[in-house]
Design a protein around this ligand. Structure first.
Ligand SMILES: *Cc1c(COP(=O)(O)O)cnc(C)c1O
Length: 431
């Protein structure tokens, strides 16, 4: 057994001064019935806990670290930036450079605004869409997570799925009445909702690849219909690409399927491991944002030189290397390997996979929406998880999160991971 006594002690202390001992719910490992590990340092594909154990990391800070931990060029960019001051509260050149890079890589983004998290990005995008259309309603999909702003905490995924909380107290009913929810991948329900409410819907927000109820890749026809129906009703289409942006290609998933949303929200990778989000889109819409327009949105640390330096270094590296092909190869290797292990053990669980992202669902049916995802056998998942961790492989501690591969993962990492998965699958079936 791995010794984790120091993490346990720290967690006991943490629970006294922080709710649940953590600063973000899923980190607490509740869903898998364990105490969380406290991380001392991380390098490449490896994380090290304070008891001296090392793990191959497939959380990658929940998505941002596509280049792995402490990439030398990003560390260097950060050190250089820090020496020049960490925040000015005034414009700096790197903000413009990062905005230019993003806008060049994602053609639908003619203008953008930097914020400090994905939550801020989607919250601000919703305000902007409501102002621009003069309508109040937002349509979202079951199991999609768009951060923790009030209007989105309805049938949201991520930590809320894990905790089994369909929504959160503290949100006025009056608020929620303006959020419509329907099934992911369900074109018929989408059309029904628009028939009834179409003229009142300011925006539809969607993860074009869903990554917060485990990984679900939608039918492109569903996204095409979304574009068509929103155009017809004068509703704005918001693609929440906080995960998929610069994860699926150098740009966003919309580039690959050739659909232009009106607004795109970004985060995670564009901050290179620092707190960043961004929203951007059509110029005529973005020009409603203050001070160009009348829709207020601000941020003391927005566009700060540290975050911009990390984001800029990350995107430059991704632009100048053909890493997406490598990532796809590694992802294919691992996914194919897991599928073979499942077959060998006579298990028909579902592996959803796209590029460098994957989720193993402990369920036999195809997983194409929220209701399928939540019928997963989370007890078996927990068993599987515990063995995996013991074997030195760190997956997200929940059935409903995505595993991420970084450019720092090696073929040897993949092989070791497959060995651990083989054992964990086997033990998960006992008893
Ligand atoms: C992570 C995430 C968010 C929220 O971003 P934070 O930086 O955690 O606020 C929003 N949308 C999607 C799709 C995400 O995956």
């Amino acid at each position: 057994m791995k010794e984790t006594i120091k993490s346990k002690q720290r967690f006991a202390e943490a629970q006294k001064v922080m709710p649940g001992g953590v600063n973000s719910p899923v980190r607490a490992f509740k869903a898998v019935g364990l105490d969380p590990l406290f991380i001392e340092r991380a390098q490449g594909s490896q994380i090290y806990d304070i008891d001296g154990n090392s793990y191959i990391d497939y959380v990658c800070s929940w998505g941002p670290l596509i280049l792995g931990h402490a990439h030398p060029q990003i560390v260097k960019a950060l050190c250089q930036a820090a020496e020049r001051g960490t925040s000015y509260g005034a414009p700096c050149e790197k903000e413009v450079e990062l905005a230019q890079l993003i806008s060049q890589a994602i053609p639908s983004i003619e203008q953008l605004r930097m914020v400090n998290s994905g939550t801020e990005a989607t919250m601000s995008a919703a305000r902007l869409a409501r102002a621009f259309t003069g309508r109040d309603k937002i349509l979202k999909f079951e199991g999609c997570y768009h951060g923790h702003a009030d209007s989105f905490l309805i049938k949201a995924g991520s930590g809320l799925l894990t905790a089994g909380v369909p929504t959160s107290p503290g949100i006025p009913v009056d608020y929620v009445k303006n959020t419509l929810v329907t099934g992911y991948n369900d074109i018929d329900s989408l059309q029904d909702i628009f028939e009834q409410w179409g003229q009142d819907i300011a925006a539809v927000i969607v993860e074009p690849i869903a990554g917060n109820m485990g990984l679900i890749v939608p039918d492109t026809a569903f996204l095409v219909e979304l574009r068509k129906i929103t155009e017809h009703y004068g509703t704005l289409l918001i693609f929440d690409e906080v995960i998929s942006g610069f994860r699926t290609c150098y740009g966003a998933y919309q580039n690959l399927i050739d659909i232009k949303p009106d607004i795109t929200t970004l985060g995670k990778i564009i901050g290179g491991g620092l707190p960043v989000g961004a929203y951007g889109g059509r110029r005529d819409i973005m020009e409603r944002v203050a001070p160009a327009g009348d829709v207020y949105q601000a941020g003391t640390l927005s566009g700060n030189p540290l975050a911009m330096a990390a984001g800029l270094a990350t995107l430059q590296i991704l632009r100048d290397n053909d890493y997406y092909t490598d990532l796809e190869e590694l992802g294919g290797l691992l996914s194919q390997g897991i599928i073979e292990l499942l077959q060998n053990q006579g298990l028909d669980y579902r592996l959803n996979h796209w590029g460098s992202m994957f989720s193993l669902f402990f369920i036999r049916e195809e997983v194409r929406n929220y209701s399928a995802a939540v019928s997963s056998d989370t007890v078996r998942f927990s068993k599987f998880y515990r063995v995996l961790l013991e074997e030195g492989v760190y997956f997200p501690p929940s059935q409903f999160e995505v595993c991420f591969i970084s450019t720092a993962h090696s073929r040897k990492d993949i092989e070791e991971t497959l060995q651990a998965v083989e054992k964990a699958l086997y033990i998960s079936q006992l008893g």
